[in-house]
Design a protein around this ligand. Structure first.
Ligand code: BEZ
Length: 397
């Protein structure tokens, strides 16, 4: 077996006579002396060749005629350990520098006294030598140009943006909005329809959820049957739902059939138009939706809304029923009677009032006035002794 070189000091190795030597010394080892047969070899440093880390025979000291060979050295790459990167702390951004608009004032430059050199020489006017006159010259350093001082710019004043118009809400006294209507009776603007018939200056505008649905079929049929009643009161009808005109027309035949109303072939229309609001723009604008009833694409269906519109295009009465509750059109007629009877008359109608029943005198009308204007004035006696429940015969309109 081979002799192992002895470590002779820090990083230095030496070994004695070797018979057969294989060097196990690591790269960079300095051999202080190598004795072989009494001959001391020159110190030598083990250097690693570039490629295979095996020492060539020539680069290594010969010992006793034998070449000391470096066994293959394998350098395991030490695991690289990266210290955790310290957290990066960003210094707070410097506050924006604001420059005061102070004008720069320069102090008056100090006078510099310059004394002209006195002319040399003697002055013949007397035997007294006088010194030459002294001239004092004052010179001033040029003052720096005055800093420009700008008046502070006036604060910008922006005109307030006009407020967005509030969405239309059904309110008593509100004027109905105008909108384009595609209907079973042709296309027109809603206001034009409101103003279209001097014999029927009032309008009942009502929505229904959907064509070819049972409750709607009974309601629209009832409207068709009551058309004459509405006309007698000076009222025209117009419906709206979100199906196309063709659907409205096809469904109208079912409605007429069911009410046993026959019309000439090709004219099987209802007596009043139905708006085709396929985009739902109108019912959305007018707040006529029932969130509990959803159509095939997940949108709410129209509710059963009804608005009585006066000759001035303003809302006189409004009701809003869910899609699942059909309206009572006798009640609609009754409310129309009440609205038309009482409007501006100083009258009101009591509970369950029907046309012809006694009417209530409004609190705004004095008893003397009511006695003069209406027939059979009466006051109901009450425990409070207050005379507020006053009634008269129903006036004939
Ligand atoms: C109907 O008209 O029958 C109806 C419409 C929507 C919901 C429920 C009923």
């Amino acid at each position: 077996m081979n002799a192992q070189p002895a470590k002779g000091g820090a990083g230095a190795y030496s070994w004695g006579a070797a018979t057969s030597v294989t060097n196990y010394a690591p790269v960079g080892t300095t051999y202080q002396s190598v004795q072989s047969g009494g001959v001391v070899q020159q110190p030598s440093v083990v250097a690693a060749p570039a490629q295979n880390y095996r020492y060539s025979a020539t680069s290594f000291p010969a010992i006793g005629g034998q070449v000391v060979q470096q066994p293959p050295v394998t350098y395991a790459a030490p695991p690289v350990t990266y210290a955790a990167a310290p957290p990066v702390t960003y210094a707070a951004a410097p506050a924006p520098v604001s420059y005061a608009a102070a004008p720069v004032a320069y102090a008056a430059a100090p006078a510099t006294n310059t004394y002209a050199a006195a002319a040399a020489g003697s002055y013949p006017t007397s035997s007294i030598k006088v010194s030459a006159p002294v001239t004092i010259t004052q010179s001033f350093e040029a003052a720096p140009p005055a800093a420009a001082v700008y008046a502070a710019a006036p604060p910008a004043v922006y005109a307030a943006a006009p407020p967005a118009p509030a969405p239309w809400r059904v309110k008593l006294g509100a004027e109905m909005p105008n909108f384009f209507c595609e209907t079973t009776h042709g296309d027109f603007n809603f206001h034009d329809f409101l103003d279209s018939n001097p014999d029927c200056p009032w309008t009942v505008f009502f929505s229904h959820p959907k064509d070819y649905t049972p409750v709607c079929t009974t309601e629209i049929g009832r409207c068709e049957v009551l058309t004459g009643e509405f006309q007698q009161r000076g009222v025209k009808l117009i419906g709206v739902s979100c199906d196309p005109v063709e659907e409205h027309l096809g469904w109208s035949r079912d409605i007429l059939y069911r009410e046993q109303i026959s019309k000439p072939e090709g004219e099987e229309f209802l007596s009043f138009p139905i708006i085709a609001d396929s985009s739902k723009e109108i019912v959305v604008q007018l707040g006529m939706l029932d969130p509990d009833e959803i159509d095939a694409v997940g949108l709410p269906l129209p509710a059963r809304a009804l608005i009585l519109i006066g000759p001035d295009r303003k809302v006189k009465l409004s009701i809003l029923y869910p899609a699942t509750t059909g309206r009572n059109f006798d009640e609609i007629l009754r409310t129309i009677d009440s609205v038309q009877l009482t409007a501006g008359q100083g009258l009101a109608t009591p509970v369950d009032w029907r046309q012809g029943d006694r009417c209530i005198v409004a609190p705004s009308v004095t008893t003397d006035d009511a006695k003069q204007r209406f027939a059979n004035f009466a006051i109901e006696e009450l425990p409070s002794g207050k005379q507020y429940l006053r009634s008269v015969d129903c006036p004939q309109l």
